[in-house]
Write a protein that binds this ligand. Sequence first.
Ligand SMILES: [Zn+2]
Length: 91
Amino acid sequence: MTTERIDATNFEVPADADPSRCPDCGRPFVREELLVLHRGYEHSDILDDAGTSAFEDTYESENDHLNVFRLKALLALILLYFVLLMTYAVV
Ligand SMILES: [Zn+2]
C-alpha cells in the first residue's frame, strides 16, 4: 500500500479554530491523539523517545477503542438479525 503525500497547506481550517499542528510538516489536526499518530506514522524516523512512547500508548488506546467498536457493531448486527427473524416469524 502506498501512502499518498498530502500537501500540508491544502486544508480548510475555520478561522476561529485552534488546531494542533504537526511541528514537522504543519498539517493541522482536530485532536492531539491524531497528531501523535500522524507523527508516529509519517515522521517515525525523526521521532524522539518521548514521541515514540506517546505514539505507542496512543496506538494501543486507539486499538482498544477499535475493538470496543467492533464488539458493539457485532452485537448490533446480532440484535438486528433476531429482530428481523422475529418480525418474519410473526408477520
Ligand atoms: Zn507531519
